[in-house]
Ligand binder design. Sequence first.
Ligand code: ADP
Ligand code: MG
Length: 540
Amino acid sequence: MLAATARSAAVVPILLALVSAAALAVFFVLVGHVLDAIVFRDALTGPVVTGLILLPLVAVACTLLSSRFSARATSATERRLRGLVLGHVFGLGVMRRPAAASGRLVSAATTDVEKASAYRAGFVGPIAGTMAGPVLVIVVIGLAVDVVSALWLAIAIPVIPLVVGGFQRAFRTVSGSYRRSTAMLSGAFLEAVQGLSTLVLHRAEGRTGRDLAARGEDNRRQVMRLLAVNQLLILVVDAAFSLGTLALAATLAVVRLLDGTLTPGTAVALVLLSTLLTGPADIVGQFFYIGATGRAAERGLSGVLAERPSLPAGSAVRVDRPSVGGLPIELDRVTAGYGDGAPALRDLSLSISAGEHVALVGPSGVGKSTVAALLSRHLLPESGAVRVGPLDTRDASGESVRSLIAVVDQQTTLFTGSIADNLRVAKSDATDAELVAAVDAAGLGADVARMPLGLDTPVGERGLSLSGGQAQRVAIARALLRDTPIVILDEPTSQVDLASEAAIIEALRTLSRDRTVITIAHRASAIRDVDRVIELGASS
Ligand code: ADP
Ligand code: MG
């Protein structure tokens, strides 16, 4: 999957590098001709002059094209890889992840994607091109200058990959640990940002700040180690290889000039041509950081992409929803948990008929939200069956099941964007009239009317911040837009003030009409207007 990009992105830079190398090689051969022409007092021909002018331009054009191509290919690859990672993460399921795992995903979708793309699209091709160039130069030397010199210089070429290969193995552990430390750093930052108010309340922000600083320092040290090895490589490869090649070429030029094989012009051309052989040394040193971190990032991405979804896909089923009255729900001797220790629910049976309004109450941790997770197929039972309308959650896909259910959660997530954008999360093609109707029915009409831009008022991270009660009514409006036969309300008033509570209860009454409704609460007293109260924990 990751490798698919490499081929197309590599071919063009290789071709461009070859053309550029050929142009420069011929140019140097022509320079030799000019010298000989001067020494032997010959006239210069038209094609030689034209070549001297045009060939450098061709080489420069190829270099420019190649870097433009790499930049484009890199950003296209970045977009594609990020789409791949996000799509994969969305497919993994929504059950709770530890912050460390979330941090890993964040750094996979950002840093890893960036580095892997820079490596895949901006590195592999140019490197291969730069490696291939010298082969062509050797051929030109053999044809236009001297076969013996060409053979001697050909020995120098394989030295580079051997040296680099050795360094790479030494490098692997360093860049791997650098990547892990970066992922841990993002995890820690994510956790700190998410828990900021808790940290401040407990006056722990200083301690957490110091902890983060220490991790940052650790990360910095890893980068410095990586760069130190990088510097060393540039020094060793560049100096040794460039000087060695140049010395070899100069020696060959002198020896072959003295024994009469070469003319002064071709001898100079030979030395000039040898500078084209050191290209790989330059670029390998220069790009080494990208290569090492890129490969480490790719290993990280492969790890994330290898994670399997926690639930089997299930098959898509279309259910014709009833025009009125909701759908029945049944839990049949359900045992379910999160795979770590004792099950959260044990042998629970529940039967709720179409259109019934039921309250599910019980102390915190008894498994009420687990029932909601089972019904919305974020979780499958270990034994027993969960039936939502005509669907058994074991067989039907999550999307099919969730097309029947809307959940109003304890906490509402508002995304950066307008109120309208936040409502269209629930129904992307909703018309403005539908939005207004939903907002009115959710008891949010007056609030929106008071906002500066109405439905277009920005909210979320960079906009107006809504009160808990308003956010909750946005969630209710979303559920109204979804217009599903079943609604689950998970402690819908637990986070809001009393003034909002009345408005929310009114909005919930509207939402509940003609639907099957499960209201989750930890106290029976918070529940009104229900047909039946089911107590969890007492029996199960
Ligand atoms: P309630 O909503 O009644 O407070 P929950 O259904 O949220 O209870 O939780 C029931 C039990 O399952 C608790 O012990 C809780 O720690 C555990 N639990 C809930 N969600 C998860 C999860 N995503 N991963 C692991 N354990 C969980
Ligand atoms: Mg809960």
